[in-house]
Write a protein that binds this ligand. Structure first.
Ligand code: SAM
Length: 220
């Protein structure tokens, strides 16, 4: 079984997305287990403070190192082989090949920030830093959920047809999926391309490849 752990101040964020569709089926089938670890449980003091103001001044608050590092240690205790990933806009871009690499691990732990982000020293306690893209989210939870979803659907036996993941966009670097059509044959005057109705499998394959290359070139 693949073990995912999420270090977060908002475990409830994951309740709904993990109880739908593919992630839910993967959990129910025992292919993946997802455990949330509440970072605040590792904060000490009467107020269980997890954030503090930045040295040098400036707006906002930062995640304090003590509770976050204690939560990382707990994650490593629970899953000694776990690969700890910090979600941060400063990280390396997440993509399909990283998702595939994560499926080869037995466990990943996703560390979600809030506020203005992490005290920089926390970076020394994680295995890598990943960004979802060049924009700023209000917390690491939506980023962690995207990573979880992308990884879970690539785990063996999760998708109904194992072929679907192989044919997806980005399986081949930089190459997008081809255009798809279903019934009706004509929708508001827009017809399905003739070749797809021809029954000529070889021609259909050639057309799909051409279309995939065309839209990949347009996007690059
Ligand atoms: N001050 C930080 C900056 O400008 O880089 C942004 C902090 S953001 C408001 C709070 C948290 O959301 C971050 O610590 C991180 O965990 C998460 N986050 C925001 N944008 C992200 C992105 N593009 N990729 C991954 N995580 C992100």
């Amino acid at each position: 079984m693949f073990h995912a752990q999420v270090l977060t101040l908002f475990p409830e964020f994951f309740d709904s997305p993990l109880s739908c569709s593919i992630p839910r089926r993967a959990i129910e089938a025992g292919i993946v287990a997802v455990d949330c670890i509440q970072i605040r449980d590792f904060a000490t003091g009467r107020h269980r403070k997890v954030d503090d103001s930045p040295y040098g001044g400036g707006p906002g608050m930062l995640m304090k190192p003590e509770p976050v590092v204690a939560a990382i240690r707990e994650a490593r205790l629970r899953q000694p082989q776990t690969h700890v990933v910090m979600l941060t806009p400063s990280g390396a871009p997440f993509n399909q090949s990283r998702a595939l690499e994560f499926t080869e691990k037995s466990s990943i732990t996703l560390l979600c920030g809030r506020y203005e982000g992490f005290d920089e020293r926390i970076c020394d306690y994680v295995d890598e830093q990943i960004s979802l893209g060049d924009y700023v989210l209000s917390g690491g939870e939506p980023a962690a959920m995207c990573v979880l979803d992308a990884v879970i659907r690539l785990l063996p036996d999760v998708l109904g047809s194992p072929e679907s993941a192989v044919l997806d966009s980005f399986t081949e670097e930089g190459i997008l999926d081809w255009p798809h059509y279903t019934r009706p044959e004509v929708f508001e005057g827009k017809a399905v391309p003739d070749v797809l109705l021809s029954g000529h499998h070889a021609e259909i394959e050639v057309w799909r490849r051409e279309q995939a290359l065309l839209r990949s070139r347009r996007r690059s």
